[in-house]
Every structure is written in structure tokens, then in C-alpha cells.
Design a protein around this ligand. Structure first.
Ligand code: PRP
Length: 182
């Protein structure tokens, strides 16, 4: 694992501490995959829709520990840009091509922060008639007000700006194998 010191210079930003190690992430992702595997059957035609870019590593690891036939699609939404605070304006830049109709759909998020992304997008996806629509998020800050409550949560995360394992600050740090605070 690269050291915190080696990674601190990216984007001129200073990483504060490692919040979740690769080993801790692996254990939780495996447990989430096992739980999801127990919750559906092959006849549910499971479809995972991952929110890019933040969940690209999480979904890649998650699909490999789910013991069911499934399909994967992606959704690109963006609300942060170069800011550390959500703009509240959730733009849908790529809409999943797969049909959601009568399927068990699991939305895969890297983090629920303000909750705005889920609040804006879940109703739009529910309108497409899935048999079920659940959210699996790796991190949840538990600060979101109203909005859909994820069925699966990897970690209750501290209210700090987190980067690594897919999460970025101004596009830096996504590649880190651990999650750190900025
Ligand atoms: C981030 C993050 C989540 C969302 C959560 O995405 O990856 O998808 O914001 O924040 P919220 O609960 O306050 O809405 P971002 O818009 O930064 O795009 P990215 O995934 O490409 O980094």
C-alpha cells in the first residue's frame, strides 16, 4: 500500500489520516456481497446500477463477491464539480441503457453525503417500474435529511471530506486503495 506521505502531494492537497484500510474495505465489501446474494434469487434478474465515477472501484469489487447472475449498468451524475460542498444541482450526464422494468435493481453509491443525489435520482428511476429498487452505499455520513434510506451500508462515515477508493477531490485521489480524509 502506498504510504500517506507519498500520496499527500496530489493536487497540492494534504491527506490527514487513513480512515479505512484496504483490508477493512475488503471485509465490508465481502459482507455486503454476501448479504445481497441472500436477498435475491436468479429469477429476480438482478441489475446493479453504479453511480460513476465515485463507485467504479466499489462496484468492481462488489460484483465479484455476489453469488448470483446479474447485470451491471452505470449512471453518471455530478453535483460537486471542484467544490467540497454539493451544489444541489444534480446533473444526469449518462442515463443507464438497461431496462429497469420488473427487475430487482440495486443502486450502488460510493457515499451518501448530503443525500441530494439519491433524493433527486431515486424517484426518477422508480418511475421506470422496477420490481424493487434498493440502494447499497459503501459510506454513509448520516447527515442527510429526508431521502431514500439505503438498504445496505458499508460504513457509517465521519463527517470529513473523504477521498480514495473511487472518491475524489477535483478528480485526484480516486486511485488510492484506502479511504483517507482531506
Ligand atoms: C459524489 C459521490 C456521490 C454523491 C454523494 O459524486 O460520489 O455520488 O456525490 O453526495 P450527496 O449525498 O451530497 O449528493 P460527485 O457528484 O462528486 O461525482 P463523482 O462520483 O463523479 O465524483
Amino acid at each position: 500500500m502506498p504510504t500517506l506521505t507519498e500520496d499527500t502531494q496530489l493536487g497540492g492537497q494534504q491527506l490527514q489520516r487513513v480512515v479505512y484500510t484496504p483490508e477493512e474495505i475488503e471485509v465490508r465489501v465481502r459482507a455486503l456481497g454476501e448479504d445481497i446474494s441472500r436477498s435475491f434469487t436468479a429469477s429476480d434478474r438482478l441489475l446493479l446500477i453504479a453511480f460513476l465515477k465515485g463507485s467504479f472501484l466499489f462496484v468492481a469489487d462488489l460484483v465479484r463477491v455476489i453469488d448470483l447472475p446479474l447485470q451491471v449498468d452505470f449512471l453518471v451524475a455530478s453535483s460537486y464539480g471542484r467544490d467540497k460542498v454539493s451544489s444541489g444541482d444534480v446533473r444526469l450526464l449518462y442515463d443507464p441503457a438497461a431496462s429497469l422494468k420488473d427487475r430487482a435493481v440495486v443502486l450502488v453509491e460510493d457515499i451518501v453525503d448530503s443525500g441530494t443525489t439519491l433524493q433527486r435520482l431515486v424517484p426518477r428511476l422508480e418511475a421506470r417500474g422496477p420490481a424493487s429498487l434498493d440502494v447499497c452505499t459503501l459510506l454513509h455520513k448520516r447527515i442527510a435529511g429526508a431521502g431514500p434510506e439505503p438498504r445496505w451500508v458499508g460504513f457509517d462515515a465521519p463527517n470529513e471530506f473523504l477521498v480514495g477508493y473511487g472518491l475524489d477531490y477535483a478528480e485526484d485521489f480516486r486511485h488510492l486503495p484506502y479511504i483517507a480524509s482531506l
